[in-house]
Ligand binder design. Sequence first.
Ligand code: CP
Length: 314
Amino acid sequence: MNHSSIRHLIEPEDFTKEEILKVVKLGEDMYNDPSKYSDICNGKILASLFYEPSTRTKFSFDSAMLRLGGNLIGFADANTSSAKKGESIADTIRVMGYYADIIVMRHPKEGAPKLASMYSEVPVINAGDGGHQHPTQTLTDLLTIKVYKGQLENHTIAFCGDLKYGRTVHSLIRTMARFNAKKFILISPEELQLPSSLKRQLLDQYDIEIEEVRYLEEVVEQIDILYMTRIQKERFFNEEDYLKLKNSYILTNDKLENAKDDMIIMHPLPRVNEISYEVDDNKRAVYFEQSKLGVYVRMALISKLLEVGPYVRG
Ligand code: CP
């Protein structure tokens, strides 16, 4: 089944740069004055189908829809749904499209939201699929960069931690390449390096310098945006490999001594050990504000895909 006129967000490339900029700009306006938008989703229903745990993505979407005047259905544990009885994603999505106007899906399998979008009569938003993509985290990250750095272009961005399985990294790095990043610095143990296919794609498609190092201290003075990530325990095939790598990075204030004054530290969260709690009070730390901004950019995204509020047609 192909409902070709319906827009979905499965990966950041589903939107043009202009569309991304418009969503980010609207997200900023919704952040500054949410009351202007408090009823644009009256009568609309958002279904969130989370086959994998979440705090920020699930509840920021819930909060976003409620702040727009809409309603919610869905599950945070697929074991309470008929997936437990063996129902396919295709069948679940067909039915949920009768009950909701827009669907947000997280799934441990790469490509599951894409498959869902092929059977859906309503917009589907990928809320994270395995180690693949997390496009709404990217929108959140872009709004954070816009708010704290003033512009999206021309930054040196360091990605630190699990670059192999980190879907937030995979989505953001491709998007920042589209927004003319100055340089990418990849900080990871050898076992968790950015997938070579993605690195090759960045080098072939964009004229961006990429430097790979093992330790943050080697490059800290160059960085405009430090994007820390959690080692993704749930993606490892065995516990022993995870235990070996789990404390690869622990950011402390000492390690930031030579950092630029206006560098920002981001993290999609949740964190485990990779940022020491003392860094929370560092003026460069913006990761909690980042999770707050996620609500507003998701409000803007819902408005775009439902064609309501500023996106209303005609
Ligand atoms: N950043 C993020 O995706 O967090 P959750 O897993 O809590 O949704």
